[in-house]
Design a protein around this ligand. Sequence first.
Ligand code: GLC
Length: 558
Amino acid sequence: MERKWWHGKTAYQIYPKSFCDSDGDGIGDLQGIISKLDYLQELGVEIVWLSPVYRSPLVDQGYDISDYYSIDPRFGSMADMDELIARAQEHGISIVMDLVVNHCSDEHEWFRRACQNPEGPYGRFFYIRDWHEGEPLPCNWRSYFGGPCWDLLPGHTDKIYFHAFHKRQPDLNWENPALRQEIYKMINWWLQKGLGGFRIDAIINIKKLLPFRDFPADRDDGLCAIQTMLARAEGVKDFLQELVRETFRRYDAFTVGEVFDEKPEDLPQIIGENGFFSSMFDFSQKLLGQDRRGWYLCRRPTAEEYKKAAFAAQAKAANIGFYSNIIENHDQPRGVSHYLPQGERSDAAKKLLGGLNFLLRGLPFLYQGQEIGMENRDDWTLAEFDDIGTLDQYRVALRAGCRPEQALAALAHYSRDNARTPFQWDGSEGAGFSAGTPWMPLHPNYRQLNLAGQRGRPDSVYEFYRRLIALRRSPDYAETLVYGETLPWLSEQHNLMAYLRRGERTLLVAGNFQAEEQDMLLPGPVRALLLNNLESFSQNGESVHLLPWQLLVLELEE
Ligand code: GLC
């Protein structure tokens, strides 16, 4: 496999609105990020992915871009962005931006012009169709944030446009070469600035099944999930091939795709040698327990399910390329609240979950706050939710007959607002995030759980993550941890998640994913104990005794 500059690096996702506010308006910003570059370097990360900071009405928190060439004033200016890219480089960090090109904002110039003249060139940048009151819509697909994918084109009573997400996020028409050229121009403009690359949003959605058509309804709203259409749409690969050739490849840019609903046989083309992207996220654990009918029917995965999904993904990508491994991101609940059983959010358990995920083959991505063990809030009130998707899920649950308390409980667990509470820097008023009123309430536990209380404390979650990152970068183990294969060990042993990483050396990562003790047989003699999330280590001949939530990383004799 050809070696690439990003293979050995640890990536870190910043959700700018909630990371660090430098000017006291309650909203995180680019200068706030710049002020934390020393921190990111100390942690050991070398790639930082910024969720969108482009100009936007922030209907979907920046995933609705109204100008790809400017920074939203709430986050700063283009000068701040240039400064961030340059200063990050001095810290050994590449900046990766979010690329949201399935759709733009309804405030984008292109959409405004399309509304003014639907028959003109910008009308063809979108999917606009004639429609009259009482007629069926061109298709019955349900948008991701609820309701049909079609809405009246602003200023018109006889024209509608397509949106896979919110109605204020009109889909761009990739069938139109003129639109594609505009997108490539924009991407190259950013890459010329010295960006490391992009995280690519909702990319499989750029290809629609045309002509639009209905599918059998899967809820009583008469609509069907967009995924039904995606499973049948052919041709996204042609778009991706051209995109990559015209942009990323020219710059050796790092790209990580948000790829859902890909066809299994397409993995080599997506992340294989010369694939479309450097990597794509492994969402297989996230998908466990999900139910397309709504969050009120979702359930949390067990340790056994988590392990099986992780190993299956490792096997799938093994001879192909690198997944990017996560326990959470800005669209998911906090990993420690989701994958660890209720009442088991000890530091040991958090380190176990983080370590098991981090040491898998692939590129490790941490999400801001993960490194200090930030958790879901348990005490949400309905009025505190901000996310459009969350509010839709409330309606879905009530429609299905849930009582308001049940609906709220589902929201409290699954809402992506859990990941969006501000970073807990310290225990002072505002958590060191902002001198003003944070745009989203802080997690009430910030006075006990914060970076200041963990930095320099050897047994903290934070220092554990630093050790994980350092291990993956260390001259002795990098080769094995980055390029070595993953071999599950005793995968049938209940609530034991253990695997070998075998390359130049042989490492065993072993986690006791439960609150009870258990013994584990060793695959061979131990040469060194590299990492332990607890103090004791007890080996009896050919087996080790694992305490509740214990995680060990051992080097074995060849
Ligand atoms: C992606 C983003 C999510 C956003 C959606 C629409 O899934 O991660 O935050 O809402 O795309 O752009």
